[in-house]
Design a protein around this ligand. Structure first.
Ligand code: BTN
Length: 252
């Protein structure tokens, strides 16, 4: 069964557009958002020719190997930072549902299994004349990408490498969208932030984040990372990523 047939059988709750091959699902979702897509509308593709990652990086989505999903969201502007958390928690839940253990969120929103990245999330906000028009939550999940011959072999992994059995991508997309809807309904609740915080794998660890070397102390309500440097100065990293980490927690 092709992915498109599988998706049709799922009878998704959300309005969706499916494509065999696109440049980037986030780009199509942003265009649809501007054309009036309803809250929760979804763009799905089997393959991305120019999938985009964070910080201008390329995100690989070869045909038949991954999930590439972008969801249109129209949250209150004050809650925009929580879209990242919704994405991370939804992929975390998906990995748990298929039996993964040792799952963690590497701040802000990379999902790792056994310390390797299985998923990346790219949230893009769309502003018009100074007001928020909406956001696109783009989620990529590695299902059966073979990283063994690439320079990502030490840092990336596919879900099927972990489960050891074959996964149905249409089923995974439905489960993922259910988790996104679940967490999106909780966008106002403390549960969303508290669960995201509790699943971060690096709090208490020595890290380097956006050039700041120190210990990841905590996160702020807006999703920023608090890093204490060797001089006990506190830095809030609002956006960016952790580029180095030692998983051993330092003594309290
Ligand atoms: C990262 O750098 O970790 C973020 C990767 C985000 C990839 C997803 S795949 C679906 C959506 N479309 C894109 O072009 N990017 C996101």
């Amino acid at each position: 069964m092709t992915l498109s047939e599988g998706i049709l059988r799922q009878k998704l709750a959300q309005p969706f557009r499916y494509y065999q091959r696109v440049a980037s699902t986030n780009d199509l979702a942003k265009t649809w958002l501007l054309d009036g897509a309803p809250d929760g509308a979804v763009v799905i593709a089997d393959e991305q020719a120019r999938g985009r990652g964070r910080k201008g990086r390329i995100w690989r989505t070869p045909p038949g190997t991954a999930l590439a999903v972008s969801i249109v969201m129209r949250p209150a502007a004050a809650r925009i930072a929580r879209i990242n958390m919704i994405g991370a928690l939804s992929v975390f839940d998906l990995a748990a549902q298929v039996g993964c253990e040792d799952i963690g969120i590497k701040w802000p929103n990379d999902i790792q299994v056994q310390g390797k990245k299985i998923s990346g999330i790219l949230v893009e906000n769309v502003w018009m004349q100074g007001s928020l028009h909406g956001a696109v939550l783009g989620i990529g999940v590695n299902i059966r990408i073979d990283f063994s011959q690439t320079d990502l072999r030490e840092t990336a992994i596919s879900l099927e490498d972990v489960t050891g059995f074959s996964l149905n991508r249409a089923d995974l997309i439905r489960s993922l969208l259910e988790r996104v809807a679940y967490w999106y309904q909780r966008i106002e609740s403390d549960d969303l932030f508290d669960t995201w915080r509790s699943r971060l794998s690096m709090l208490g660890c020595p890290v380097v984040a956006e050039g700041v070397r120190g210990r990841a102390l905590d996160v702020t309500a807006a999703g920023g990372l608090l890093v204490e440097d060797e001089f006990d100065a506190l830095h809030e990293i609002i956006t960016g990523e952790i580029t180095a980490v030692t998983q051993e927690r330092s003594a309290e």
